[in-house]
Design a binder for this molecule. Structure first.
Ligand code: TTP
Ligand code: MG
Length: 378
């Protein structure tokens, strides 16, 4: 489920991303690291990798996902410290609380990054630029750390903007500049175009947003399949994806502990029926299906095991789930051993129809949503 954007007016979106996040937290907490090349990651002796590096170390080419061994070769003075996830999580909670001062329409992408839809906001301010300044100032006050913010009228441009003037940047892409900005954008900066797709597009002569825009819709379909409409829109400054506030559930489950331990397989199967019903009720209400069923068995001595099976057909009916549960049950010692608890859970959830692909531009969207809102003040 997603927060349906209010299509009655153009949107104001902010993307916030902390600068050199893990490394900045380490520098804050250990001032002796400041002013020198620093990375957070695993040990070079133990085949560790770099999580991130401060901006000084980046000048030497030290980057996320590089092996720590290679990082030390590039920058022999580099200090690599182990991550302290609790410290990063604590900062993450602080910045999310600051976002919540501004709006409830927040989509966190990771510990240090989020989209905010500030079209309507709690501070009653119309300037998204001022709100972005406010957020950056509050983050610095509360955490002692800098963030970069991007402001625009859709998610794609807001994210590109936050990346544009890092660190401690604030970049606004107003609608009037969007087309030029996108035209110059390297193809690898486009949403969803990663390390695999980028070289493929470059090999076809598509280096920038301008090249992408010049591709006709049919060619787009050959390149991007179902997502052709999405990229056709992006290259023209149009991205209707809403800021998704709802947390997406990864699994749905139910379990029951028996008043007295069970030793009869048939009774156990009967006990699973209401659990399967509870799950299918939820699936129906959320228009969702699952692909992996997990059976949990806790024996009388409290030892607990799980058995899973993934199927290619969607699972969303009680008989199907029970049939699979019965197969799973045969791989346990239930019956031979007494059972005090049984649980079922379904994961690999997906929408009933494939709603996962980025939305195509459709004629059902109001006209102005398919145009750049040129009169918008950010
Ligand atoms: P990023 O926002 O990608 O990077 P960053 O905040 O370190 O630097 P900047 O935004 O200024 O370019 O990731 C946020 C944190 O996530 C980063 O500090 C460490 C962690 N991370 C990893 O552990 N592994 C990775 O491969 C990446 C990309 C990030
Ligand atoms: Mg960051």
């Amino acid at each position: 489920m997603s927060a349906e954007p209010d299509y009655s007016q153009p949107r104001k979106i902010i993307h916030v991303d902390m600068d050199a996040f893990f490394a900045a937290v380490e520098e804050r907490d250990f001032p002796e690291y400041q002013g020198k090349p620093l990375a957070v990651g695993g040990s070079p002796q133990r085949r560790g990798v770099i999580c991130t590096a401060n901006y000084i170390a980046r000048r030497y080419g030290v980057r996320s996902a590089l092996s720590s061994y290679r990082a030390m070769q590039l920058c022999p003075d580099l200090r690599i410290v182990f991550p302290r996830f609790e410290a990063y999580q604590s900062v993450s909670r602080q910045i999310r609380a600051i976002f919540a001062e501004v709006t409830d329409v927040i989509e966190p992408l990771s510990l240090d990054e989020a989209y905010l839809d500030v079209t309507q906001n709690k501070l009653g301010r119309s300037s998204a630029t001022h709100l972005a300044q406010y957020i950056k100032r509050r983050i610095l006050e509360e955490t002692g750390l800098t963030a970069s913010a991007g402001v625009s009228y859709n998610k794609f441009l807001a994210k590109v903007a936050s990346d544009y003037q890092k660190p401690n940047g604030l970049c606004v892409i107003p609608p009037t500049q969007a087309v030029d900005f996108i035209a110059r954008l390297p193809i690898g900066k486009f949403y969803g175009i990663g390390k695999k797709t980028e070289p493929r597009l470059i090999a076809l002569g598509l280096h920038t947003g301008a090249d992408l825009r010049a591709v006709g819709f049919e060619e787009m379909q050959r390149l991007f399949g179902k997502s052709a409409g999405f990229y056709y829109g992006l290259s023209r400054g149009i991205d209707t994806r809403p800021v998704e506030t709802t947390w997406v559930r990864k699994s749905i489950g139910a379990e029951t502990t028996f008043a007295e331990d069970l030793s009869d397989r048939a009774e156990m199967m009967q006990a699973l029926a209401p659990l399967a019903e509870e799950i299918t009720d939820w699936l129906t209400r959320h228009n969702t299906v699952g692909h992996t069923l997990t059976l949990k068995v806790k024996y009388a001595d409290f030892q607990q095991i799980t058995r899973s099976r993934t199927v290619s057909e969607p699972l969303n009916t009680v008989p199907d789930m029970l049939a699979l549960a019965e197969i799973l049950m045969t791989t346990t010692e239930a019956g031979a051993r007494q059972v005090r608890l049984l649980g079922l859970s379904l994961s690999k959830l997906s929408a009933m129809e494939s709603a996962m692909a980025p939305k195509l531009l459709t004629a059902t969207l109001p006209d102005y949503q398919l145009k750049i809102p040129l009169a918008l003040n950010l």
